[in-house]
Design a protein around this ligand. Structure first.
Ligand code: UFG
Length: 338
C-alpha cells in the first residue's frame, strides 16, 4: 500500500505541484485546503496529470476536528504544511489575520499531530527570514534579521515554534527563495486573485494585455544594473525538494530533529535580467517602466545551496529561461479559459 502524505494547502501554487510530484514518487497525497487563496480548478489540473482526484476536504487547518478526523481515517505518515497566507503587503495591513492564520494554523497542525502520535513535518519557510543580508549568498547558518513584515515574522516564529517542539516533532524546514514558473504541461500554475503583487504574475499579465505595463520597483540600487536581485526557482524544482524532504523524514535520515534547508538555485538575477530572459525565451516584448522603490524590498539575496545539495541530495535542475517559458505557457492557458 502507498504511504499517505497529508498536504495542507494542496490546491495552492506550490502545494498542487507537490501533490503531483508526490504521486509520481509513489506516495498517495491527501489534501486539506480551505480554498481561501486557491480554486477547485487546481484539482482538475492534478487529475489530468495523475489520473485521479486525490482525497480532498475543504476545511481550514485551524479546524482541529476536521484535521483530526482526516488524520484518523487516513493515517498519513507525514504532513507537508503549506496552508498559510503569503502576501507581504497584505500582512502589513492585516497583521492579526496573518498571525492568526499562519501561527494559529501551525499550532493547530502540531497539536493534532501530537494527539495522533504523528511526528513528521515539512514546513514552508522563506528566505524572507534572512531580511537584508550583510553578505550573499546566504547559508542556513547565516543569522536571521528582524522581520520586515508580519508575514516574515510568522515564518521566523514558525521556525521557533518547530525548534521548540523538536523533542517530539521531526521537521524539515524549507526556506524557499522566489518560486515561479508552472507545470511544463500548463496543467497547473499560479492563480493570483486580483492584482498580483509578485513580479512574474504581474509580468505575464502585462504581456497578456491584462495590465498596461510592468513597473520596475527601483533602478538605483547597488547592483550591477541598479535593480533588485533574487534567486528565482522553478516551482517543479521546489516541489521535488518536498519529495526529498519527505523521504528523508520517512527514511529516518535526519541528523537533527529540526533541519533547515535553503531551497534556491544559488543564482541571483536582477529584475531587468528576468525581463530580458522572458523576452528572449518567448520572443515577445514586456512593456515596462522604471518606478520608485517598493518599501521593504531587500536589495539582493540568493541561496548558498551547499547544504541542501550535500545533505538533502537535491539540486535545482531548471534554468531561468525554462521558468519564463512555463510561466508564459500557463498565462496563455489562462487566457484561453477566460
Ligand atoms: N518587482 C517589480 N515590479 C513588480 C513586482 C516585483 O519590480 O511589479 C520586483 C521586486 O521589487 C523584487 C522582485 O521583483 O525586486 C521580486 O519581487 P516579488 O514580489 O516577486 O517577490 P519578493 O522577492 O518580494 O518575495 C517576497 C518574500 C517571499 C515571499 C514572496 C511572496 O521575500 O518570502 O514575497 O509574496 F514568498
Amino acid at each position: 500500500m502507498k504511504k499517505k502524505i497529508l498536504v495542507t494547502g494542496g490546491l495552492g501554487f506550490i502545494g498542487s505541484h507537490t501533490v503531483v510530484c508526490l504521486h509520481e514518487a509513489g506516495f498517495e497525497p491527501i489534501i486539506i485546503d480551505n480554498l481561501s487563496n486557491s480554486l477547485m480548478s487546481a484539482m482538475d489540473g492534478i487529475q489530468s496529470l495523475i489520473g485521479y482526484k486525490p482525497t480532498f476536504i475543504n476545511a481550514d487547518v485551524n479546524d482541529k476536528i476536521a484535521l483530526s478526523n482526516l488524520i484518523e481515517s487516513h493515517k498519513p505518515e507525514a504532513i507537508i504544511h503549506f496552508a498559510a497566507f503569503k502576501a507581504v503587503g497584505e500582512s502589513v495591513e492585516k497583521p492579526l489575520m496573518y498571525y492568526h492564520n499562519n501561527l494559529g494554523g501551525l499550532i493547530s497542525v502540531l497539536e493534532v499531530m501530537q494527539q495522533h502520535n504523528l511526528s513528521n513535518l515539512v514546513f514552508s519557510s522563506s528566505c524572507t527570514v534572512y531580511g537584508e543580508p550583510d553578505t550573499v549568498p546566504v547559508s542556513e547558518s547565516t543569522s536571521t534579521k528582524p522581520a520586515q513584515s508580519p508575514y516574515g515574522a510568522t515564518k521566523q516564529m514558525g521556525e521557533i515554534i518547530l525548534n521548540d517542539n523538536a523533542s517530539w516533532c521531526n521537521t524539515q524546514c524549507l526556506r524557499y527563495f522566489n518560486p515561479i514558473g508552472a507545470h511544463p504541461t500548463a496543467a497547473l500554475g499560479e492563480l493570483p486573485l486580483g492584482v498580483p503583487n509578485n513580479l512574474i504574475p504581474f509580468l505575464t499579465q502585462t504581456v497578456a494585455g491584462i495590465r498596461k505595463e510592468l513597473t520596475i520597483f527601483g533602478s538605483d540600487y547597488e547592483t550591477p544594473d541598479g535593480t533588485c536581485i533574487r534567486d528565482y526557482i522553478h516551482v517543479m524544482d521546489l516541489a521535488e525538494a518536498h519529495v526529498k524532504a519527505v523521504e528523508r523524514l520517512l527514511n529516518k535520515q535526519q541528523l537533527e530533529s529540526f533541519e533547515v534547508f535553503n531551497i534556491g538555485t544559488g543564482n541571483g538575477f536582477s529584475v531587468l535580467e528576468v525581463i530580458r530572459s522572458f523576452e528572449e525565451e518567448n520572443k515577445i516584448a514586456v512593456p515596462h517602466k522604471i518606478g520608485p522603490r517598493r518599501p521593504g524590498d531587500v536589495v539582493k539575496v540568493w541561496a548558498d545551496t551547499t547544504k541542501v545539495e550535500n545533505v538533502l541530495g537535491w539540486k535545482a535542475k531548471r534554468g531561468l529561461n525554462e521558468m519564463m517559458r512555463d510561466a508564459w505557457n500557463w498565462q496563455l492557458k489562462l487566457n484561453q479559459n477566460t
